[in-house]
Design a protein around this ligand. Sequence first.
Ligand code: HEC
Length: 189
Amino acid sequence: MFTPKQCFIFMLSMFSAVVHAELEQEIQGPKLGKPASEEVIKAWDSSIFPDGKGLPVGKGTVAEGKVLFKAQCAICHGPAGVGGTAEELSGGEQGLTGEYPDKTIGTYWLYATTLFDFIKRGMPLMAPGSLSNDQTYALTAYLLHINEILPADAIMSNENLFQVEMPNREGMIWIYPALKEEPNPVSGN
Ligand code: HEC
């Protein structure tokens, strides 16, 4: 049989085995997720600025955007950006200072380039990143058209999107006015 000393050593080794196993589990984690592939990283590696810096090459028309919107967006946002279950994208009748403010692309968004960036990264909700650059320019052009910012024959591209004057461009109040004059630490503008 075991002596008390052998017994103690046995217990100690059992204890250390349990602690060791627990530590190992902690290091390994629950094994959720997987490493991001080069492709995924490339798709997310985008920084688009109001002056057009970072816009990918491409172009699209209002008419092309209309067809795409009907097929991929209207189910949530309504036939022309209004009346669906998701955010209203157009049809803002009252500005932000009205009694019942409508927060739409036309009344609220400051830069057309942000619209491109948002759509390319996040929409359609169930398949973000699936739209090509041309499709995203077309959808952006269509949404700007139904917000009465662009005419029906407009073509948007990396060369002119940043020139679009958004109606609410000067409508924001700087909470830190001193920062307005500072260059942007990222874009340098
Ligand atoms: C499955 C439903 C769904 C589909 C399909 C969908 N969206 Fe959205 N969309 C949403 C939801 C929900 C939000 C609000 C999410 C948020 O603000 O983060 C949103 C937000 C947006 C916004 C920002 C609105 C704002 O003012 O905050 C834009 C622009 C937009 N979607 C465009 C599109 C376009 C273009 C398509 C088609 C390519 C599309 N969406 C397809 C559900 C959808």
